[in-house]
Design a protein around this ligand. Structure first.
Ligand SMILES: Cc1cc2nc3c(=O)[nH]c(=O)nc-3n(C[C@H](O)[C@H](O)[C@H](O)COP(=O)(O)O)c2cc1C
Length: 196
């Protein structure tokens, strides 16, 4: 599959088969692909955590505890539903690669937004590499990944942040799912100096 085809045919996978996790070599290839992303001043501001097996359940428990602590009444039916929903997050797929922003704070040239962009580019590389190997993937994020107990689970420093959780495995979705984009012309303005 060439890059052009990969970019256009990649789709987020929302349902995964309950299979064995990806093997180490494959996971390492995906991470290695991520590290080829552009990054200004060669900051390489990323860190990866591979979560498989029982560790997914441990992460689920951490997230459940966090959701329970946040609830006004954790025993209310709504809160219980919410806690179960949060706890189900890490169990979506057999392999998760957590992608974190990890900046060199001593590098005075490094710019926060540029480093965030570099990590995002790395994550997209990972998604495209997975797609080219017929591995289903989705990039997820949200408050659960920014929660202190979750950061502690990964032993992240205070200034480090999880920017994405990439779930990986065999897709259990129909292949013909349609996702549309607003036509690019509507998002583009040409500035040429020529009269219109
Ligand atoms: C930064 C980021 C965070 C995302 N977080 C979530 C998420 O938490 N849950 C989810 O279902 N999808 C998430 N997505 C995936 C988008 O929902 C998905 O890319 C979008 O629906 C377009 O579909 P496509 O990826 O198949 O083109 C996220 C995507 C990005 C870039």
């Amino acid at each position: 599959m060439n890059v052009s085809e990969a970019i256009r045919t990649r789709r987020s996978v929302k349902i995964f088969k309950d299979t064995e996790p990806l093997d180490k070599e494959t996971v390492e290839s995906l991470i290695e692909a991520a590290t080829w992303a552009p990054n200004h001043y060669f900051t390489e501001p990323w860190k990866f955590f591979v979560v498989q097996g029982e560790a997914r359940k441990q992460l689920s428990e951490v997230m459940k505890k966090w959701a329970a602590a946040k609830a006004d009444d954790p025993n209310s039916p709504e809160a219980e539903k919410r806690i179960m929903k949060v706890g189900a997050k890490p169990l979506l797929a057999p392999t998760i690669i957590i992608v974190a922003l990890s900046r060199d704070l001593d590098n005075k040239k490094a710019i926060y937004t540029e480093d965030v962009c570099a990590v995002a580019a790395a994550t997209q590389n990972m998604l495209l590499e997975a797609h080219s190997r017929d591995i289903g993937a989705i990039w997820k994020s949200g408050p659960a990944y920014q929660a202190e107990p979750v950061k502690d689970f990964f032993k992240l420093r205070q200034d480090e942040e999880i920017l994405g959780a990439v779930f990986l495995g065999e897709s259990a979705m129909r292949k013909d799912v349609k996702v549309n984009r607003i036509p690019h012309e509507e998002k583009t303005e040409w500035i040429t100096g020529e009269p219109e």
